[in-house]
Structures are given as structure tokens and as C-alpha cells.
Design a protein around this ligand. Structure first.
Ligand code: FES
Length: 157
């Protein structure tokens, strides 16, 4: 959906130089659509009077902006010391063996993605994870597959 014109203008008005609003405008689009659509990028270029190529280059630089619809489950599994010692690596290997999706990849249908992250300050629930920014743990091989298949993971605590 296009950016709300009033909200976009309110963002632009916060900055003495309108081009400084480029990242907040991306956030606005991502909050509305779940990712920065090509239409949003074009609209940002129009609003800021910038070439689309420049807007695209800024957009591609920042990894926090998604360029495609988010997965149903974005699984981020911690592999720092406590979680590694409690089986995080084995879970990642199990996921890859069962689904063909390795860390850093997204399933072919776009339904889920798997990422490795550093300590998320939930060491007492190791192996800890985030699913769509919701922190939980401990994760098991079985629970991981249920989450990725959209079957819910239950609460492992
Ligand atoms: S080591 Fe995994 S949450 Fe801290």
C-alpha cells in the first residue's frame, strides 16, 4: 500500500534536509506492508526528489529493511556459548536436514527463514530463539520444526 501522505509528510517535516527522512520513510513503509515494496521505494524517491537508483542503493545498504514479504516464521536461533552448549548447532543441523533450509536462507515458499544470532540475553532458556521477534526457549528439534511448519511451537517453558 502507498505511504500515508500525511504520515510521510510529518516524517519529512522533522528534518531540515528532506533527504534525511529516507530511512524513517522506509520504516513507515515496512511497518505498513511488512517490507519495503517497490512502490514504496518509488514513492520515497518522488517525495524526496531523489533518483530511484539512489533510493534503491540506500535501501539495499541497510539489512534491517526487508525487500520481500516476511516469512511466516523468522526463526533466529542463538548460537552463543550457553545456547551452543545446549544443542543449538544440532538443532540447526536438524532443521537443514529436514527442510533443506540452512542458516541464512528462506524456504522456497517463503514460509520461513532461519538465522543465527548472537546472545539474545535469554541464556537461562538456552537454546534460546526469536520467532518473529518473540523470544522463547528452550528450543528443541521437534519444536523448531513445528514452528517452521506453522503448527505452533507450544510453550517449551
Ligand atoms: S547464549 Fe544464547 S541467549 Fe545467551
Amino acid at each position: 500500500m502507498p505511504l500515508d501522505p500525511a504520515a510521510a509528510q510529518a516524517v519529512i517535516d522533522r528534518y531540515p534536509n528532506s533527504r534525511s527522512a529516507i530511512l524513517p520513510l522506509f520504516w513507515l513503509g515496512q511497518q505498513a506492508d511488512g517490507y519495503v515494496t517497490p512502490e514504496t521505494a518509488e514513492q520515497v524517491a518522488d517525495l524526496l526528489g531523489l533518483p530511484l537508483g539512489e533510493v534503491e542503493s540506500v535501501l539495499s545498504f541497510y539489512t534491517m529493511f526487508r525487500r520481500r514479504p516476511p516469512a511466516r516464521c523468522r526463526l533466529q536461533l542463538c548460537r552463543s556459548l550457553a545456547c551452543s552448549m545446549h544443542g543449538a548447532d544440532e538443532i540447526l543441523e536438524h532443521i537443514a536436514a529436514e527442510t533443506g533450509v540452512a542458516p541464512g536462507e528462506q524456504s522456497a515458499d517463503g514460509g520461513f527463514s532461519v538465522e543465527v544470532v548472537e546472545c539474545i540475553a535469554a541464556c537461562d532458556h538456552a537454546p534460546a530463539y526469536l520467532c518473529n521477534e518473540r523470544m522463547d526457549g528452550p528450543l528443541s528439534k521437534e519444536k523448531a520444526l513445528r514452528l517452521l511448519r506453522g503448527e505452533g511451537g507450544g510453550d517449551a517453558r
